[in-house]
Design a protein around this ligand. Structure first.
Ligand SMILES: Nc1nc2c(ncn2[C@@H]2O[C@H](COP(=O)(O)OP(=O)(O)OP(=O)(O)O)[C@@H](O)[C@H]2O)c(=O)[nH]1
Ligand SMILES: [Mg+2]
Length: 455
């Protein structure tokens, strides 16, 4: 639950571990008592002042820079004090404890951002973008997070809400004052407005989808019979010997995960045990886990040894999958490996969908696969105008768009103005959830608590 409490909160703002500089941050309504007891100098707002940081008997715990941001001109909108000392865990912990002894309490995860949100310093999408910027796994993801943090995404969402309100005013008025006899159906401009609104929502959804892709990436599972070359491919992609590779069938048992970036797109690559029936208890557990990963992956890359596979389609090579999941709509890709030995070429496979001739060991043929992957997920590899976005933003936009489309149809086909009005009201609510204008405390609490402490 969001707590709009007045406690002064404190946390280490810099990353864990040792570093040249470490920052402890305090936020609260009135920080005079902290300034008085922690320092022996006079502070000037927004000016870095060199000072000792004192314990309760006036002995220095550390020394460094003090930065004071009186409310409301701070990150949280409250008064904020930053103690920039040396980046050792013991020093920073001692400083935090000292602040607690002066009355502060340890901040909950995301509480600084939460207060910034409560005090209207930023909306929800912006606060999420701060967390996404810190977590960004590629330059592209970081760029798009900065754009969202600066409010570009929120501005476009707010414009959509504004357009929606204009249409709602008209529709509601027409319903409330039937004597004016506004004829919905013969009003082309209303349909035009609805159409334009849906198009704008689609375009924002496309950009936001790019952002979500950049943030969340894709999970690719390497699956196949023992010795197909899964671990070799993992190593080739990771750029180092992450997994053990041997000519012994059944080498890999554990699930191995590597994060890589291809053309700015973050990929989680998962290597699994070779799929086969086995009496070996450990290997059988590995196979069970492999199926678990297969079920949840965005893409399953099934590797097969091209030296002993004359068939080139997944249904014949991997019947087990289709037996288990006859109705699956999961993305499957067939990678025919070891073409350095078999001499198979991509040209021979051109008529086959999602099938690529590769050599994991010699790193041949992987570009064609990545080209396919980027196209398939609609990844543009250009970050111009892309914002970071989360799954929940996409869901809200998708739901909002559906409502607008359905509402328009209700009006067009059945002249049902009331239904359109209700759909538009719901759609506006969906969009407002993105920026947090209409979000329940529960949702807000969940979002902020997923941030780390000190954010
Ligand atoms: N010539 C050639 N050998 C390969 C290629 N890819 C893998 N191998 C060899 O095939 C053998 C098995 O490779 P792994 O990568 O361990 O195969 P795996 O699919 O992980 O096997 P398990 O872990 O047992 O399921 C090793 O000797 C690899 O060097 C390739 O593209 N060309
Ligand atoms: Mg292996």
């Amino acid at each position: 639950m969001l707590q709009n409490d007045k406690d002064t909160i404190v946390a280490i703002a810099t990353g864990s571990g040792r570093g040249g500089v470490g920052v402890v941050r305090l936020s609260g309504e009135n920080l005079d008592v902290y300034i008085k007891h922690l320092t022996n100098v006079a502070v000037t707002p927004r000016r870095a002042i060199f000072s000792q940081f004192l314990d309760d008997s006036g002995v220095a715990i550390d020394e460094g820079l003090l930065l004071y941001f009186p409310s409301p001109n701070s990150f949280t909108g409250e008064s904020v004090l930053e103690l920039q000392g040396h980046g050792g865990p013991i020093i920073l912990d001692t400083l935090v404890k000292r602040c607690i002894s002066l009355g502060a309490r340890l901040a909950r995860p995301g509480e600084f951002s939460e207060r910034a949100f409560i005090n209207n310093k930023m909306d929800l999408a912006q606060a999420e973008a701060v967390a996404d910027l810190i977590d960004a796994s590629s330059v592209e993801a970081a760029r798009s997070a900065v754009r969202s943090m600066q409010g570009e995404f929120s501005t476009l969402v707010n414009k959509l809400v504004e357009d929606m309100i204009q249409i709602r005013i008209y529709v509601e008025a027409a319903i409330d004052f039937p004597e004016e006899e506004i004829d919905f159906l013969s009003n082309d401009s209303l349909f035009n407005d609805l159409d334009t609104l849906a198009k704008k929502m689609m375009s924002l959804l496309a950009k936001a989808s790019q952002g979500a892709l950049l943030k969340e990436g894709l999970t690719l599972v390497l699956a196949g019979k023992p010795n197909a070359g899964k671990s070799s491919l993992l190593n080739a992609l990771a750029g180092y010997d992450a997994a053990i590779v041997t000519p012994v069938a059944g080498t890999t048992r554990d699930v191995l995960r590597e994060k890589i970036t291809i053309r700015g797109l973050p990929l989680n690559i998962i290597d699994t045990a070779g799929l086969r029936d086995t009496a070996d208890e450990i290997e059988a557990e590995g196979v069970r886990r492999a199926w678990g990963e297969i079920e949840t992956a965005d893409y399953v890359l099934f590797l097969a040894d091209s030296t002993d596979n004359i068939q080139c389609d997944l249904k014949s090579i991997w019947p087990d999958f289709f037996k288990r999941y006859p109705d699956s709509n999961q993305k499957l890709v067939l990678l025919l490996n070891k073409i350095d030995l078999s001499g198979l070429t991509q040209a021979e496979l051109d008529s086959k969908e999602n099938t690529f001739a590769i050599s994991a060991k010699k790193q041949i043929g992987l570009d064609a696969f990545f080209e396919y992957l980027c196209q398939d997920v609609g990844y543009l590899n250009q970050t111009e105008g892309v914002f970071s976005a989360r799954r929940r933003h996409l869901t809200a936009l998708e739901r909002g768009l559906d409502l607008v489309v359905i509402g328009t149809q209700q009006l067009r086909l059945a002249g049902a103005g009331e239904l359109l009005a209700e759909d538009l009201r719901q759609a506006q609510k969906e969009l407002s959830e993105i920026t947090g204008q209409f979000s329940s405390d529960d949702l807000l609490g969940r979002i902020f608590s997923s941030f780390c402490i000190g954010k």
